[in-house]
Write a new protein. Structure first.
Length: 172
């Protein structure tokens, strides 16, 4: 058995002849880890939408995923994936059971974004070297090249040393 970075152990890693599970463990774990993002954002809303201390978040998501709502000019600029920063310049953060919405500025132009948790591919809090990476749940989207994506925010390296990556192998 192989121990995953997040503490998940799977026999599939050790034996490629292992039968496919009838229980979708990978989906259950992905959903649970995405709930961490919702809980963190919900705690920010509960505290008056002010981030505590040096905390700030980089959230990467699939722009073409179902339920993602972003302005057309951003979808054109970032047809596959986009990273936003929640730090100083955000407003109207709202957390729902399956998504969140937030107001941000891009080149001094305000925009409202709605992002389902299922569209998120990475969540990083570089202030405490914490990060989560997710498998894309939208398998039909082909990655396209695009510019580095960040809304108006500070230049900070989002790479944390405690990134949790969950990648379950699946027989095709």
């Amino acid at each position: 058995m192989t121990k995953r970075p997040c503490g998940v152990t799977t026999r599939h890693d050790m034996n490629s002849d292992a039968p496919d599970s009838l229980i979708p463990y990978d989906e259950i774990v992905q959903e649970a880890l995405r709930a961490v993002v919702g809980r963190v954002l919900g705690s920010i809303v509960s505290s008056g939408s002010t981030l505590p201390g040096p905390h700030h978040f980089y959230i990467t998501f699939k722009t073409g995923a179902p339920g993602v709502s972003i302005p057309p000019h951003l979808r054109e600029r970032f047809p596959d994936e986009m990273t936003i920063v929640l730090q100083n310049k955000f407003w109207d953060l709202e957390v729902l059971p399956h998504s969140f919405s937030v107001g941000l500025t891009f080149n001094q132009v305000p925009a409202k974004l709605t992002i389902p948790f299922a569209a998120i591919t990475a969540f990083v809090d570089p202030a405490v070297d914490f990060g989560l990476q997710f498998q894309a749940t939208v398998e039909t989207l082909e990655p396209e090249s695009h510019e580095d994506a960040e809304n108006d925010g500070p230049d900070t390296d989002p790479n944390g040393s405690n990134v949790v990556s969950v990648d379950f192998g699946r027989k095709k």
